[in-house]
Design a protein around this ligand. Sequence first.
Ligand code: PLP
Length: 441
Amino acid sequence: PLTGAALDAAVVEADHRHVLHSWSAQAHLPSFVVAGGAGCRVWDHAGTTWLDFSSQLVNTNIGHQHPAVVAAIAEQARTLTTISPATANLARGRAAERILARAPEGFAKVFFTNGGADANENAVRMARLHTGRDKVVSTYRSYHGNTGAAVVATGDWRRVPNEYARGHVHAFGPYAYRSEFWATSEAEECERALHHLERVVQCEGPASVAAILLETIPGTAGVLVPPPGYLAGVREICDRYGLVLILDEVMAGFGRTGAWFAFDDHGVVPDLVTFAKGVNSGYVPAGGVLVSDTIAATFDERVFPGGLTYSGHPLAMAAIVAALDAMEAEGVVENAARVGREVLGPGLAALAAENPLVGEVRGTGVFWAVELVADPATREPLPAADMARIKTLCLERGLLPFVAENRVHVVPPCVVTDDEAREGLAILAGVLRDVAADRPS
Ligand code: PLP
């Protein structure tokens, strides 16, 4: 049997030949092999290791292969690997309890899904059915998942109450560094973004708008932490016009920001909360919707016309219970907050001060973006070729980064130690220094 580098080559060969990859031109796939992992590190078959500053797709909040979560999945597999969602099951009820224990008052129910996209799909559906309206306002700078048309394409009766092929409206959210509103301060950005959002709702006709759907902190779009007061202002707009506020916590939730939910730091309570990723660190696919008591009551006597074969899958539920218990017992959320405050925040501020490529750093907890620019005055984004080089150099030097457009997102697992955080920052700083030195001045 093949081992080491030869096995890595065979893995790449089989993958490129047979796997159709998401979001990719298939003739231009990366050749990065991961054979195993533990904590904040991953490795290939040849034994090369990387410090994971990506948490994969920002989901391994508890790190790789946490023994308690792995053991809970194994134990559940021995007991019952799968069961219909219509049954009552111990693991499912416990997982819901664990999640709701972290939620604000007024949330007593969870609808479980397989991931984040279908969590949003079902939250939008709940908002539409609850309000009897169909438009959903979300922002241009957001990612909510890769489904949407599936239910409209369905042929049988299940399509009928969900047949919304229209009804999406977009607005700009606050982003002070690249303001759409000519704002010169965060307060001005906040005020103008709220004015713009309210005008969009008014012009669409509030009586046709079901919901405003926002990532609490837009993640893939650049870790755009909203200015103080923005989310409270959105809540007010929702209340003024009778709209449902859906906050997408798929990436921001379950420890990433140093809080159980990102909205905990913003003094708002949404009506629906979508989650996935960090709830069980993706060890088994899972997501869901936290449903406010008011919206849940809509479906007391009326059928909720939605469901999934694997809603509340026992292996995923056992992983949720174990992950949340371990995060609580080990202070993982507190660790994320502290590392952000004491190591990543100051370290990235120092990087911004020393390196001319860094236009802005922003974030909280273990959720940061380093925005790279060709020219700090014009804020022109660093070209793709430089970003590709940054990624290559990071990998060569033992760091697995999360690169999006002209940004490096610093998003290690919430269990990252001070030493690991410093090690990753040092590699990133060295790479950026070398790329800056090689650029024409
Ligand atoms: N919402 C947000 C904020 C996300 O970041 C993602 C995935 O990155 C999703 C939804 C979609 O989740 P999934 O890929 O599990 O369907």
